[in-house]
Design a binder for this molecule. Structure first.
Ligand SMILES: *Cc1c(COP(=O)(O)O)cnc(C)c1O
Length: 413
């Protein structure tokens, strides 16, 4: 393979159809930020929107804003904007709550729709919080459910007639391994099972096609690739045919057919709305709404092409320049089976990452030994990739990581 050099990266930047998008983001001077898969950077238009909603809408219009400024409908309006990015039809996505909370809602909904089955199928590459929520659900159901966790590559074979529903994260948060949503869903349906897809590392990173894949349920967060800000509201999808069959386990008043009738009996609203529970964070939704502006004209296939080119360039450079130091790229070699981040195993991964951060290249660390780098196609350049590997190679070559301040673990890694 021909080695990648700096001028190749510069040429890729010149040919990049998404290059102009970088200007929409407030990237601190001198920082190479490769952690947008954990917390996306601030879109420049967000602070003014939040200030407007706080000072004008909340400050002056106060409670009238629920009607006058459409606060009450904001979760569905924002949901519809996310829908386009995940291949979902209008009226099938709602924004709000967190992934963990939305997952609980969907576990309850899926269980009710497949009552004769008792197996929840997940895989060991899933994000632990998803597994924890499923464990809480299983305990609440007096252990009448079995949470079956298999290796990611065994998921297809493990879908049999015992499975009530699958609970799978499409892109593995560590290895970036991408499940074949269409194939898994088809197999699940053939065996009489439903599917719940977690899109935490897919939304805004890969061209998700929920409707085309015939997925039943999905959810995801917006503070990663969608840049909605720390703790930004999550989203939840229900396939249109199932929406009016869902019995929400968190049956709060925001999902009631007539919340302001104040009936004593819960009666679910038609459609996706019933999956709402209670009052939603309007300031955070306003920030997210503004953050979605930059996505309106993005073609997700163009995004995917750049995402994979960034990841491939990074992998090639790491293998060219850092191979002598025992680094190993995690996940599949076939780029079509990967999401938009790259993790590298290194026995001192934590300390190396701390040294990288001290050198202004921000990624993160995932136990036991992975340095994780996210490539967010709207604001990461190929020059960033070049410099990031240049600095990684230097830190490894000179053992710059081998210092007490880099070896001591912090609370958030
Ligand atoms: C980031 C992430 C979460 C986080 O859940 P929250 O409830 O938003 O904190 C959950 N699942 C996956 C797969 C994730 O990557």
């Amino acid at each position: 393979m021909k080695p990648v050099n700096r001028s190749d990266c510069e040429a890729l930047d010149r040919a990049d159809p998404l290059a102009a998008k970088r200007g929409s983001f407030a990237i601190p001077e001198g920082l190479i930020y490769l952690d947008g898969n954990s917390l996306g950077v601030l879109p420049r238009n967000v602070p003014a929107r939040v200030a407007e909603v706080a000072e004008h809408q909340w400050g002056e219009t106060l409670i009238k804003s629920w009607n006058e400024h459409g606060w009450f409908q904001l979760p569905s309006r924002v949901g519809d904007r996310i829908a386009r990015l995940v291949g979902a039809p209008h009226g099938s996505v709602i924004a709000g709550d967190t992934i963990s909370v939305n997952l609980f809602k969907l576990l309850g909904a899926a269980a009710k729709l497949n009552p004769a089955r008792r197996v929840i199928l997940s895989d060991s590459g899933n994000f632990p919080s998803d597994l924890y929520v499923a464990q809480g659900f299983r305990d609440l159901m007096d252990d009448s459910y079995v949470l079956k966790v298999v290796a990611p590559e065994e998921v297809m074979d493990a879908i049999d007639e015992s499975v009530a529903f699958t609970m799978i994260t499409e892109v593995d948060y560590r290895t970036a391994r991408l499940h074949d949503m269409k194939a898994v869903t088809a197999r699940a349906h053939a065996k009489g099972a439903l599917t719940i897809w977690d899109l935490a590392h897919s939304a805004g990173a890969t061209p998700v096609q929920l409707a085309a894949a015939n997925a039943d349920f999905a959810l995801g967060c917006t503070y990663k690739y969608l840049n909605g800000g720390p703790g930004a509201p999550a989203f939840l999808y229900v396939k249109p045919e199932l929406q009016n069959k869902v019995q929400p386990p968190l049956s709060g008043w925001w999902g009631h057919v007539a919340p302001f009738a104040f009936d004593l009996e819960y009666k679910p609203a038609p459609g996706i709305i019933r999956n709402q529970c209670g009052t939603q964070p309007i300031l955070s939704l306003a920030a997210l709404d503004a953050a979605l502006d930059v996505w309106d004209d993005v073609d997700m296939t163009v995004l995917r092409t750049k995402s994979l080119a960034l990841c491939k360039t990074y992998i090639d450079l790491v293998e060219q320049r850092c191979a002598a130091h025992g680094v190993k790229v995690a996940g599949p070699r076939d780029m079509n089976e990967r999401g938009s981040h790259v993790s590298i195993h290194h026995p001192q991964g934590y300390a190396v990452m701390q040294a990288m951060i001290a050198a202004n290249v921000v990624g993160d660390f995932r136990a036991p030994d992975m340095m994780r780098f996210g490539f967010t196609p709207l604001y990461t350049s190929f020059a960033d990739v070049w410099h990031a590997v240049d600095i990684l190679a230097r830190i490894l070559d000179k053992r710059e990581w081998d210092q007490p301040q880099f070896l001591a673990k912090k609370a958030v890694t």
